[in-house]
Design a protein around this ligand. Sequence first.
Ligand SMILES: C[S@@+](CC[C@H](N)C(=O)[O-])C[C@H]1O[C@@H](n2cnc3c(N)ncnc32)[C@H](O)[C@@H]1O
Ligand SMILES: [Zn+2]
Length: 188
Amino acid sequence: MASMIVRNTSPLVRRVNAFCEARHSRIHGQGLFARRLIRKGTRIIEYVGERVSKSESNRRGLALYREARSTGGAAVYTFELNDKQDLDGNKPYNHARLANHSCDPNCEYVNENDRLFMFALRDIPKGEELTFDYGYDIAHFLDHPCRCGSEACVGFIVRRDQRLRLQKLLRRKSRTAEKKAEKEASGA
Ligand SMILES: C[S@@+](CC[C@H](N)C(=O)[O-])C[C@H]1O[C@@H](n2cnc3c(N)ncnc32)[C@H](O)[C@@H]1O
Ligand SMILES: [Zn+2]
């Protein structure tokens, strides 16, 4: 029996470049994944978009964050470029926008003359999701719960050098809540 030959154009997996493809992520929405073994130090992709002032970036960021709270969509696509400007990467041509955060990332961004490039921090096997540390400040941790699933995960997207502080803060909060519950249970 003759069979049809169908070219695989599944919209579920999209080739981005020689190193990565976009597809569903267990962390959030879409993610970027290695299409082949990527060696440590490889420059994988550039984060591109529109250069905007800090105030415009804050305005757009807040609007997207509010929308994300009701839709569950991505909350942040702005990337710090320098002291004066950010990159608004919320553009269909910016495939790099799909990389998710991990508390144990395999990639990092490097700013080279005001251009942002993602590099592999170690050898990354084919199929592994490409992640980096979003580097958010602890001040807004409650706004950004983390679902990276790594052993190092602290439950919120907070930059590495502030995670110990956050863990102490969370432990203090949970002890206070426990004491309050005990007090209420004992009728005191
Ligand atoms: C630059 S986008 C990443 C791509 C996104 N997954 C998508 O489908 O568009 C950033 C947003 O993805 C989500 N995200 C990224 N990493 C996450 C993580 N570790 N845990 C929970 N949500 C995450 C958050 O909504 C965040 O604001
Ligand atoms: Zn995490």
